[in-house]
Design a protein around this ligand. Structure first.
Ligand SMILES: Cc1cc2nc3c(=O)[nH]c(=O)nc-3n(C[C@H](O)[C@H](O)[C@H](O)COP(=O)(O)OP(=O)(O)OC[C@H]3O[C@@H](n4cnc5c(N)ncnc54)[C@H](O)[C@@H]3O)c2cc1C
Length: 462
């Protein structure tokens, strides 16, 4: 390995690599403290050519590589174990923004927030929002095919990309940057890199789709009796095609946020078993108020809601969104959590909760399910908090014992064991065990074709 590391140090310019433990350390730990890593060298290229130089040397010396963006991934695919760590954090330029083509070409290390801001300044919308948007990067969200809060209307990241520029495992550069909406010239090669979690190459830039900015966003927060009640509202709420967000939170998770974070308060006078957060994208404030009053009013008449707040201004809208944005972080106040990111068909959400909640009590009596998230996509972050007063580390030893029944139920209901976070290290064995042999054969064939020496994120996914 040391000859390859020496070759990297010699070929790359000063400042494009480091072995300083203090500079490397933040790249080796993720925000939940679940994974800790190690690497012989951190490479921080500033150009696509520097990425290509580094990959060519790694290929020649058969050194394994892990690409890293904002290090906010949740399945361990961003924490190295002796791979050369290539961070894209210095490649942040917006190369082009074209409002006629509604396209933006941006480098992989740009944060999602910087893309959102640039689109906004150009009076456009890039419809991907995640709680981690201040840190996660274009390369990371493309590589995990991130979902977030607007999938209901705009689709996952895969739907938001025209094409990518990527450095392949042999160091060659694939240029798929385009703003063409029509191009039927063979396999869609850019798409191979979306959701590939760095296993096929390193994304260095992407051409992203922009959308018209809505005239007004109407937001509402609704108190509900049950998760089933939230699902029962979906059809009426999305009539007219204006519904852009449909996020659900259980009382335990909601309370962990409003009771613990400074500056976040509960806008309701009373507690509710479940909460629903909705956005409608409309032309005017009047239209927004009218849609929200109409559909929520009907839901009141049908006894489907307990209470509701229709945001009357931007501050109120931002305040209620902030509760949802703190849901992941809020769970730290409940102690240790075993986390799942699953999808089931939307009409099976209530059945999922009934079966999974019972199964969890069989494994760890007293554990506390916190199932929240993008119910409009059937996506539940089904997290299990430790029983009150129990030992954190002892509880976390049950990770697999709790996960397997959840995945069994998901499989029975025709769902997916990874909705939006990916496979990473965490679910690699589960994928191999649960996916069909034909699917695994295809995944492995694509991996072998693009990365025959298995140097690109070799411990991840497949
Ligand atoms: C608080 C919080 C909330 C979140 N909410 C959501 C959510 O709502 N929806 C959702 O989908 N996800 C969510 N996530 C997880 C999500 O996966 C990440 O936020 C994001 O997609 C990862 O981007 P990143 O730049 O941090 O990538 P990293 O964490 O650095 O990397 C993630 C994976 O992508 C690979 N990778 C990174 N950059 C590149 C590149 N340039 N080329 C090739 N491979 C690369 C890495 O090797 C790794 O396998 C959340 C995470 C946090 C911490």
């Amino acid at each position: 390995m040391s000859a390859g590391i020496d070759a990297l140090k010699e070929a790359l310019p000063t400042g494009a690599w480091t072995q300083d433990p203090d500079l490397i350390d933040p790249h080796l730990r993720e925000w939940r403290d679940k994974y800790f890593g190690k690497t012989p060298i951190l490479v921080t290229p500033r150009t696509t050519e520097e990425v290509a130089t580094a990959v060519k040397i790694c290929a020649a010396h058969k050194l394994p590589i892990m690409p890293q963006g904002g290090n906010t991934g949740l399945v361990g695919g961003n924490t190295p174990q002796d791979e050369v760590l290539i961070s894209l954090k210095k490649m942040t330029a917006i190369r082009d923004l074209n409002t006629t083509a509604n396209a933006m070409t941006v480098e992989a290390g740009a944060t999602l927030q910087s893309v959102l801001d640039a689109a906004d300044e150009a009076n456009r919308k890039f419809p991907l929002t995640l709680s981690s948007q201040g840190s996660c990067t274009v390369g990371g969200v493309l590589s995990t095919n991130a979902g977030g809060n607007h999938v209901l209307k705009y689709g996952t990241t895969k739907e938001l990309v025209f094409g990518v520029e990527a450095v392949l495992a042999d160091g060659s550069i694939f240029n798929g940057l385009t703003s063409l909406r029509k191009d039927n010239t063979g396999y869609d090669l850019s798409r191979l890199f979306l959701g590939a979690e760095g296993t096929l190459g390193i994304i260095t830039a992407a051409s992203l789709k922009l959308f018209p900015k809505p005239g007004y966003v109407q937001r509402a927060l609704i108190g509900l009796e049950s998760a089933a009640m939230a699902v029962s509202l979906l059809e009426a709420f999305r009539a007219g095609g204006k519904l852009a967000m449909f996020e659900v939170m259980p009382e335990i998770g909601y309370r962990a946020v409003v009771d613990n974070f400074d500056g976040i308060r509960d806008p309701f006078a009373n507690s509710h078993p479940w909460y629903l957060l909705c956005d409608w994208e409309v032309e005017t404030e009047e239209e927004g108020q009218s849609i929200a009053e109409n559909v929520i009013g009907k839901a009141f008449e049908n006894n489907q809601v307990r209470d509701a707040i229709i945001a009357l201004n931007e501050t109120q809208a931002a305040d209620i969104l902030s509760i949802r944005e703190h849901m992941s972080a809020g769970q730290k106040f409940l102690g240790g959590s075993v986390k799942h990111d699953i999808t089931v068909p939307i009409d099976q959400i209530a059945t999922f909760f009934k079966r999974a909640d019972a199964a969890m009590q069989n494994v760890v009596p007293g554990c506390r399910p916190v199932g929240f998230g993008h119910f409009g996509d059937g996506n539940i972050h089904y997290n299990i908090a430790q029983p009150e007063g129990s030992d954190r580390e002892a509880f976390l030893k049950n990770w697999d014992a709790l996960s397997q029944p959840v995945f069994d139920i998901v499989d029975t209901l025709g769902g997916s064991i990874s909705a939006e976070h990916g496979i990473g290290i965490m679910k690699r064995e589960d994928l191999a065990e649960r996916a069909s042999p034909v699917k695994m054969k295809l995944l492995r064939a694509i991996k072998s074709a693009l990365d025959p020496d298995r140097i690109m994120n070799p411990r991840v996914m497949v």
